[in-house]
Design a protein around this ligand. Sequence first.
Ligand SMILES: *[C@@H]1O[C@H](CO)[C@@H](O)[C@H](O)[C@H]1NC(C)=O
Ligand SMILES: *[C@@H]1O[C@H](CO)[C@@H](O)[C@H](O)[C@H]1NC(C)=O
Ligand SMILES: *[C@@H]1O[C@H](CO)[C@@H](O)[C@H](O)[C@H]1NC(C)=O
Ligand SMILES: *[C@@H]1O[C@H](CO)[C@@H](O)[C@H](O)[C@H]1NC(C)=O
Length: 388
Amino acid sequence: MIFDSFLVFCLVYSPLAVRAAEPHKILLASRSAGQDSSRLIRRGSPVVDPLEDYYLGTDLQWYGNIAIGTPPQQLTVIFDTGSSDLEVASTLCADTCHGQVLFDSSLSSTFIDGGETDTLTFATGYGVTPLTDDDSQIEVRSAYDTVTLGDLTLENATFWQYTSQTLADQDIPFSGIQGMDASGKGLIAAAKAQGLPGLFSMYLTPQAAGNAELMIGGIDSSKATGDINYVHFLNERNTAWVISSPRVFVNGQITSTLNETRYCLFDSGTSNILFPPATTEEIYSLISPDIQPFADEPTTYGIPCSKISSLPAVIDIQFNSTTGTLFNLTIPSSELSVGPFASDPEICQTLINSWDSVVPIIGGSLLKHYLSVWDVDGKQMGFAPNGL
Ligand SMILES: *[C@@H]1O[C@H](CO)[C@@H](O)[C@H](O)[C@H]1NC(C)=O
Ligand SMILES: *[C@@H]1O[C@H](CO)[C@@H](O)[C@H](O)[C@H]1NC(C)=O
Ligand SMILES: *[C@@H]1O[C@H](CO)[C@@H](O)[C@H](O)[C@H]1NC(C)=O
Ligand SMILES: *[C@@H]1O[C@H](CO)[C@@H](O)[C@H](O)[C@H]1NC(C)=O
């Protein structure tokens, strides 16, 4: 179930194999309606969560606040549209969780141990160097507690505590991952219970611009510098954020390999772009013959850093809007370099990883340039340029 997983290259966690999804019962906090509002849906305000940019040579991963327990323990998580569950570092993994704020269940009066355990196998990496050849594991244990984000409250929500993890010996500034797939569970359900629309918007920005944010239950169109183009989901049963693209252009050029329909998973938890090997090779061949597989790190490509600045590398991924109009989502040349490899700082990693996954995965390199709308109820995604 690749759609339930969360892939990150260059940065952070990436469970490649994930436990089978099980139905979770989530009780929602009810809000008492005022007397004269009995026939109205009470509409709260959308919840805005400011996001921090986790910058480690790259600018492609963002995290924000969430709280678990009674009283609430503030934690930070990556809001990951490529997965579905909430998973956080806890006192159970104190020996192996480096530098993270840990959830402490003994301090929460509403905590219930779920008793289920599981292992997530994943590839991870920090900064520019992924560790795809060195699979890491997170051991988790299920739990129930109150989860809050601003005015949104989920009582007795299922989540997973890390009990151990095998990771590179580096401090991580966030405690875990909050899945934000298209199933509409969790925080989206909490927003709907307050009469808000079942959608969220993401404004993911370069560190220099700052002010990145997640808005749940609304669209912050103040962050858009143009109209929002919407695209229908691939299919209605799918809980993954997958939409279809008829073709890809590179520096305005197209070839038969690029002129094919591909289904793309939009994943805010992935830093780079992941295309199948043939597409990856084709795109790089149109940019520069100097871009070559980087032997030390399977799936990655690199180029001498000295050659990057002069290279045009505009990638236009075309989509067909809900109104039947074609439009491009454009990755500018400035995203070509992900930064120097740790093992060879003369070589810069380029933005596309070659990956034979079920579908191509589009991550931070593109999302950074749009206000993105993730519309669970409307079964569509929307994009407007963000001017960055
Ligand atoms: C919390 O949810 C679990 C699983 O659905 C259930 O077994 C448990 O009784 C619930 N606890 C409370 C206090 O609602
Ligand atoms: C998309 O990009 C290509 C290549 O730059 C360009 O030819 C095309 O006109 C752009 N716009 C649309 C709507 O496809
Ligand atoms: C791309 O494919 C379409 C049909 O889907 C065709 O009309 C068009 O001519 C093709 N363009 C190129 C450059 O191959
Ligand atoms: C775009 O969608 C419209 C209908 O909404 C359809 O007629 C048209 O063929 C589609 N174009 C492509 C390139 O898929």
